[in-house]
Design a binder for this molecule. Structure first.
Ligand code: P6P
Length: 345
């Protein structure tokens, strides 16, 4: 545990002094963190703030580009992030899981060199039942010479991310961040209103006995996934030779935070329901930022057949299968897919 006297601001200034971030990226992270504090307050009010339930008027739900019914807090969180990032001059544009297309920073404001992508409130189906949710963000460079970015400019592989993070709104509000030099956790001191460094250099144990998957999809999984999970469930009498525990919060931010904290493997594999869309989880807003955080913490992240961060995006809302967490366990899951694809019995 790191002494709680290093604020996010001080951490970023020291990263800048060390040449690991520039002033513009430092401002970007501070602005996103401030927006997350505002979202945390809105989430924390719950029914008292009239923010539960679905967005849209009487009788008609508001459906987002993902085809999902938007929650009021999805819209609130999205608006908070749009407003906070519009005027600072650090962004050329931004893209949200909740918006059909990306949005250049309005002409009335100066534009910067970065592109911000975010899932403003991930896991929002959990809001009404008071389970942890979170904001996920990813930062790319705006391509050289591009002053008005379009959707195409965001289609960069995850290795191009210069920063990524999430803020989990749970018993604590915790910001987890990487600027490419380790993964670090900052816990919100609500009395002071500052994020304070609580873990410098999170490390994911290489091995694990804990897996996270929505097991209700088991009958829809591909064969290698059926076999992989079947062997996990067989425990120490089975081929893995050890017993496993299972967790599934259905809020990626909460599941990934547990894995960054104590290890594990998170998987949302292809199944026959989501396969036509390429998977369930979004590459640019969920898989890539989480994969960078996990790799920076010594873990691994894969589609089951390819390193996640090397996937070339083909669309702003591209979906992918996801396996991420403890390195040895991700490699085990990948080996089941590899031997299946090689035609092994
Ligand atoms: P399911 C939340 O909607 C989300 O995008 C992730 O946060 C979460 O891991 C997953 O979907 C949950 O999916 O099918 O279990 O509801």
């Amino acid at each position: 545990m790191t002494p709680n006297n290093i604020s996010l601001t001080r951490f970023l200034i020291e990263e800048q002094r060390a040449g690991r971030v520039n002033a513009e990226l430092r401002l970007l992270v501070e602005v996103v963190a401030r927006a997350c504090k505002r979202i945390s307050i809105a989430v924390g009010k719950g029914a008292l703030g009239g923010v539960l339930g679905e967005a849209g008027g009487e009788g008609e739900a508001s459906i987002n580009v993902q085809g999902e019914a938007q929650k009021k807090l999805d819209v609130i969180a999205n608006d908070v992030l749009l407003e906070a990032n519009a005027w600072g001059g650090h962004l050329a544009g931004l893209a949200s899981e909740e918006m059909d297309h990306s949005m250049p920073i309005p002409d009335v404001y100066p534009r910067g060199n970065y592109l911000l992508l975010f899932d403003p409130l991930d896991g929002s189906s959990n809001i009404d039942v008071n389970v942890s949710v979170g904001t996920i963000f990813s930062v790319l460079r705006c391509p050289e010479g591009v002053t008005t970015p379009t959707d195409e400019d965001y289609l960069q592989p995850g290795t191009e991310q210069v920063a990524a993070g999430y803020c989990v709104y749970g018993p604590q509000t915790t910001l987890v961040l990487t600027v490419g030099h380790g993964t670090h956790a900052f816990t919100l001191d609500r009395e002071v209103g500052s994020f304070l460094l609580t873990t410098r250099g999170m490390r994911i144990p290489e091995e694990t006995k804990e897996f996270a998957v929505n097991a209700s999809n088991q009958r829809f999984w591909e064969a290698p996934m059926q076999r992989y999970v079947g062997d996990l469930l067989a425990g120490k009498e089975g081929p893995r030779g050890k017993d496993f525990n299972m967790r599934w919060i259905a809020s990626m931010v909460a599941d990934v935070h547990r894995i960054l904290t104590r290890g594990g493997i998170f998987s949302y594999p292809l199944d026959s329901k989501c396969a036509p869309k390429g998977g369930k989880l979004r590459l640019l807003y969920e898989a890539n930022p989480m994969s960078l955080l996990v790799e920076q913490a010594g873990g691994a992240a894969s589609t089951g057949r390819q390193r996640m961060l090397e996937v070339q995006p083909t669309g702003l809302h591209m979906r992918v299968p996801v396996f991420l967490g403890s390195k040895a366990e991700v490699e085990a899951a990948v080996s089941y897919h590899r031997s299946h694809d090689a035609g092994a019995a």
